[in-house]
Design a protein around this ligand. Structure first.
Ligand SMILES: Nc1ncnc2c1ncn2[C@@H]1O[C@H](COP(=O)(O)OP(=O)(O)OP(=O)(O)O)[C@@H](O)[C@H]1O
Length: 744
């Protein structure tokens, strides 16, 4: 192979960069050490020196330590691959320059010239944007125009330069092809060097605006969401605390799957959780929830699920249900407002009820009810104190005057004495009693406002016919009966969480710790309208990045079936689609597209990035032939693949197949909601749990539980078929009638 004419030059450049980084690394290590020593000394001095000086010393050095450590970690992370691309760019009115793009920036200490430019920096956008020639890019809100002469990519491994590729409009993105041909590691990886223009647009889309992405399976939604977080923190990081950012993932298993990417992208402490876990934490509620996949399992197993159960599950996710909860809050608000009465000390009116009511219903109406009461308590407290003192003074003066009058106005000694004694007795009894009453007033008055118990209030709604008549008078008798029948047992369902969270937000308020300012939701198609609306209400922000795929909406019986309501709910949101799949080969995607075409949703077929692989293989087995499965598994391993999953439609079938394969001596692991993935064996996964994950090869097995001609089964099969990067094997085809086998 002929070497690139600039190879020697680039070798020297890489050497220079590595040396410079090494120098910086040594310095930052020294800085880490010295700031640690300083902190230790300052701590020791705390006991006997002027402690305020020591505190300042500790604070300064802690900050210095943090900076040095961040720099050290950043440099360590890019040792093996300092950069992956170079652009030759000239901004209008400036000199042209060669900028090397990597995962973190490195500057020359003296000249402040960039040695490496961070991929998230504004100018790096021109690398991802795709075009050569005249272009513009944005720095904050200002446009910079210039000319991009060339783009160059580097293959660097373990610090060694292997190859150089010049990219123009006609060349295929070789680096991308190579990245895609790689192995799935049962962990998601970062893709900063091969982000595509359409993905880059989403990553860098206005950070102050919500965005909705409908992306095909394997189009990079999860990856893009994680890179957008990294970009967000890089761009807004200085004035944005990362604890205020939250990723909502579909399951704990999925969180483990994405777990390694965030630190690699330089993203540390951000809240990663599931919707259920978040709601339970934010509300502090202890609930025993029914299996969130129970209905899905019943539906797919063909077990009888009565229509009412599905109707109720769906209805609890609608905005109409939110309206009922809104009415409920209104009702509680009015009942609370009715509790305000005039406040008296003795016979004197200190505060009028109408004034407090107005504060509660109007002035503070932007706050949750309990917070309004807290604010009113403070106002009442200071008002009562003030008025109590005033009253005390007025009455004391009145008694003084009365005493003076008696002293100088009554001539008769006996009468005068008796009058004075009466006045003094009355004063000595009355003034302390006013003092006492005033002091106790607030507590005794405020006692009427009880804390709300959201769990009980919501359970009342689920079971109390009277309340129902008030809040949902438009329901028919049969709907009402079905609703009550469904709630005879004291059971909590995932579908109730949006309402509970909403009630908590409106009645008690979301604690600051859980009040996230920016939210990233993956697999958003599994959310209901009310779930999204409740989050929006509780967090009082619309800064949501929402990525999902309606074709994978396996919970559509209770979740979204279209993006229209989400767009209405987030009117400021940009809506984008991604049609290209980067995961799967053309052969696998063509087969998966057959299932997609049978879905009710009118979704365009997925376009695979040009990458060929083996044809999907079908096997006919009447019962599970463990030695044949082992043979398939071993052959896949032989072809060099590591992460291999066997996906079944249901959990029940997955458990049964796992048992048989385990007994036959195969290395297998049954994945559950909370499993730690063991990459060295055949993973057995129910299809709903495989959503979002990716494997080198997938075997789909259907025996007891065939994939039927049913909307949910189609989605489950589609999810399973779009998990592999390289190989797909299907057993047994007769039980997967949705696709016709090519080589049965
Ligand atoms: N630009 C890219 N360069 C290299 N690999 C990419 C790129 N975009 C996506 N990929 C890879 O494609 C695969 C699919 O990405 P990801 O899991 O983010 O897709 P997804 O849209 O969330 O898929 P699904 O909806 O099926 O779960 C991953 O292996 C990811 O690393």
């Amino acid at each position: 192979m002929q070497k690139h004419p600039d190879f020697e030059f680039e070798l020297q450049r890489l050497d220079y960069t590595k040396h410079y980084m090494q120098k910086l690394l040594l310095e930052s290590m020294r800085d880490v050490q010295s700031s640690q020593d300083e902190i230790r000394h300052a701590m020791a001095d705390l006991d006997y020196l002027d402690s305020s000086l020591s505190y300042i010393n500790i604070l300064t050095n802690t900050r210095f330590f943090e900076m040095a450590r961040t720099q050290k970690e950043g440099l360590e992370a890019i040792q093996e691959k300092p950069y992956f691309a170079r652009i030759h760019f000239k901004a209008d009115g400036e000199k042209d320059e060669f900028l090397y793009i990597g995962k973190t920036s490195v500057f020359h200490q003296e000249t402040q010239e960039p040695i490496i430019v961070d991929w998230r920096s504004p100018v790096a956008n021109v690398y991802y944007d795709g075009r050569l020639g005249d272009l513009t890019y944005k720095v904050r809100d200002e446009e910079v125009s210039g000319h991009l002469f060339s783009k160059r990519q580097y293959k660097i491994e373990k610090g060694e330069l292997l190859d150089i590729l010049d990219v123009d409009l006609t060349t295929n993105d070789e680096l991308l092809q190579e990245a895609l041909a790689g192995k799935a590691d049962v962990r998601l990886t970062e893709i900063v060097s091969t982000i595509q223009a359409e993905q880059n647009e989403i990553i860098r889309a206005n950070l102050r605006q919500p965005i909705i992405v409908q992306g095909a399976a394997g189009s990079g939604k999860t990856t893009i969401a994680l890179h957008r977080i990294s970009y967000f923190l890089y761009t807004m990081g200085a004035d944005f605390p990362s604890e205020k950012l939250m990723i909502l993932a579909p399951s704990k298993l999925f969180m483990e799957y994405i777990g390694d990417v965030l630190p690699e992208l330089g993203v540390g402490r951000i809240c990663q959780t599931t919707f259920t876990e978040y709601v339970l934490n934010a509300t502090g509620l202890k609930l025993k929830l029914a299996d969130p996949n129970g209905k899905l399992e019943m539906l797919t197993a063909g077990t009888f699920v009565n229509e009412e159960t599905l109707f109720i599950a769906k209805m609890k996710g609608t905005l109409e249900y939110r309206e009922i909860m809104q009415q409920y809050v209104k009702k509680l608000e009015h009942e609370t407002a009715e509790l305000f009465e005039d406040i008296y000390i003795e016979k004197y009116r200190i505060i009028r009820a109408a004034r407090l009511k107005k504060l509660f219903l109007e002035d503070f109406n932007y706050m949750p009810l309990e917070k309004r009461i807290e604010r009113i308590r403070v106002i009442v407290q200071s008002e009562v104190n003030r008025k109590r003192k005033q009253l005390y003074k007025i009455l004391s003066d009145k008694y003084e005057e009365a005493l003076d009058k008696a002293l100088y106005g009554i001539r008769d000694d006996e009468k005068r004495r008796s009058r004075i004694t009466r006045i003094m007795d009355e004063r000595d009894e009355r003034l302390p009693s006013i003092e006492k009453e005033g002091k106790q007033k607030v507590a005794s008055y405020m006692r009427r406002f009880k804390k709300f118990n959201c769990k009980k209030l919501y359970r009342d709604w689920l079971t109390d016919p009277q309340l129902h008549k008030e809040l949902a008078c438009h329901w028919s008798d049969s709907e009402r009966d079905a609703f009550f029948a469904a709630h005879v047992i004291d059971l909590w369902e995932t579908e109730d969480l949006a309402a509970l969270y909403y009630l908590h937000a409106k009645l008690k308020g979301i604690e600051d710790k859980w009040k996230m300012r920016v939210v990233f939701i993956d697999e958003v198609q599994d959310y209901s309208e009310f779930q999204l609306a409740a989050l929006q209400d509780g967090l009082e922000t619309d800064m949501f990045t929402m990525v999902g795929d309606l074709a994978q909406g396996i919970h559509s019986y209770r979740a979204l079936t279209s993006w229209d309501p989400v767009q209405q709910m987030f009117p400021r949101a940009t809506y984008t689609t991604l049609q290209k799949s980067y995961r799967t080969t053309i052969e696998i995607m063509e087969l998966a597209n057959k299932v997609l075409a049978q879905m009710d949703e009118d979704l365009p077929l997925v376009e695979p990035v040009v990458r060929h692989g083996r044809d999907p293989e079908f096997y006919r087995m009447n019962s599970l032939d463990t030695s044949k499965v082992n043979e398939i598994y071993q052959a896949i391993l032989q072809r060099g693949h590591r992460s291999i999953a066997l996906i079944c439609k249901t959990r029940k079938e997955a458990a049964a197949i796992h048992k048989q394969l385990e007994q036959s001596g195969m290395p297998v692991q049954l994945l559950g909601e909370n499993s730690d993935i063991n990459g060295d064996c055949l993973l057995i996964v129910p299809s709903h749990l495989s959503k979002g994950l990716e494997f080198d090869a997938v075997i789909i097995a259907a025996y007891e539980e065939p994939f039927r001609d049913h909307p949910i089964d189609r989605k489950l099969l589609y999810v399973a078929m779009t998990r592999p990067m390289h190989e797909l094997h299907l057993i047994s085809d007769s039980l997967i009638p949705l696709i016709s086998p090519k080589n049965a």
